[in-house]
Design a protein around this ligand. Structure first.
Ligand code: CP3
Length: 341
């Protein structure tokens, strides 16, 4: 049994002494110990080497003692396994030299054997579980099919993902075929992750907010829902949609154990839209971690008071930024641990 099970209890909606806390992208570039490893190994070597991935996963836990660990990996290992070339270019980020633009491109995308192509992720999970020694739960994750399509079609990060949207709007048949292939692969992948030992899974829909509410239902939410329906009996599922507050009411009807929200919505509004019944996760503005530590602590206390300590997981509204001072990240975590209502 897991010694600190605050996170799992919050996902079940149980009454807790204080809410659990972790940070999206907590295994990342704000940590000097992460940068030391990055200097020696390129990005996908870090993902593919279980000893490195597990070490990077536990780094933030050693420093700050969060209530959950999230496996170091990337959402783009899925397109890679589906026969789509993905590079991580320093200074640019994800780079796909042969983006998907036609029906023929979609036809060439395979639904891979998970053990064969992504067995290294399962090995990293097993090793991380040993290192965590049942102290805290481990989160596994995947990108939402829409967010994965964004990179596959756009070929790189974007402020608008205009080419990805154009593909969906001008060739919806091919787009839906691609989304379904990604969904099927993601379901098989997350099920393997649970078998390998993760205690919960999070689906990152980082670019859901690029779509209008109607297009969101068609190109994103229905596929996330398939993933939730396939997974919820195996493990708790968290659905995080950046900029997707307009869909919260619909999302709350799903079998997700929790919904992640960003900072563009008030806790009160998020509670109202979700009928006050589902666990919520978020939603501190990541840039607010640049405020003085004292102010961060005050804001975190106010945020917990506003969400309520139960059915709540403290997190940022998106990933932590590389230039956040270590002390400020520490103040965020400490404020939660010191919380008393
Ligand atoms: O949260 C964690 O600590 C676990 C690790 C994690 C990474 N990526 C490691 C990573 C997680 C959960 C992700 C998810 C991910 N990857 C998302 C969804 C979450 C989000 O932030 O929206 C997305 C959109 C990606 C795609 C991706 N991978 C981007 C946009 C980048 C950044 C490129 C850049 O250089 O700015 C990556 C690379 C990446 N993934 C890094 C890390 C720590 C940084 C690059 C590096 O380590 O060299």
């Amino acid at each position: 049994m897991i010694k600190n099970d605050l996170f799992l209890r919050a996902l079940k909606g149980e009454i807790v002494e204080r809410p659990p806390v972790w940070m999206m992208r907590q295994a990342g570039r704000y940590l000097p110990e992460f940068i030391a490893i990055r200097e020696k190994y390129d990005f996908f070597t870090r993902c593919q080497t279980p000893e490195l991935a597990s070490e990077i996963t536990v780094q933030p836990i050693r420093r700050y003692g969060m209530d959950a660990a999230i496996l170091f990996s990337d959402i783009l290992v899925i397109p890679q396994a589906m026969n789509i070339e993905v590079e991580m270019r320093p200074g640019i980020g994800p780079w796909l030299p042969n983006p998907i633009r036609t029906q023929k491109d979609v036809d060439a995308v395979i639904i891979p054997d998970i053990e064969e192509t992504l067995g290294y992720v399962m090995d990293a999970i097993k090793l991380t579980k040993e290192m965590l020694n049942d102290e805290i739960p481990l989160i596994g994750f995947a990108g939402s099919p829409w967010t994965i399509l964004c990179y596959c079609v756009q070929g790189q990060g974007s402020k608008t993902f205009d080419k990805a949207k154009e593909f969906c709007f001008t060739n919806p048949m091919a787009a839906h075929q691609l989304l379904q292939k990604i969904t099927d692969t993601t379901i098989a992948y997350l099920k393997e992750k649970v078998k390998a030992g993760v205690n919960a899974v999070q689906v990152f829909d980082s670019w859901g907010g690029m779509l209008s509410p109607k297009d969101y239902q068609e190109f994103s939410w229905q596929y996330i829902q398939q993933i939730i329906d396939a997974l919820y009996k195996d493990a708790p599922v968290i659905a995080f949609g950046k900029g997707c507050w307009f869909a919260l009411e619909e999302m709350a009807k799903s079998k997700a154990s929790a919904l992640g929200v960003d900072w563009t919505i008030t806790p009160q509004m998020a509670r109202k839209l979700t009928g006050n019944k589902i666990t919520l996760q978020g939603n501190f503005d990541p840039v607010r971690l640049l405020s003085p530590p004292k102010e961060i602590k005050k804001m975190v206390k106010e945020m917990i008071d506003a969400f309520g300590k139960d059915r709540y997981i403290v997190n940022l509204g998106h990933g932590i930024l590389p230039h956040i001072p270590l002390e400020n990240a520490g103040a965020f975590i400490e404020a939660v641990k010191e919380y008393k209502n």
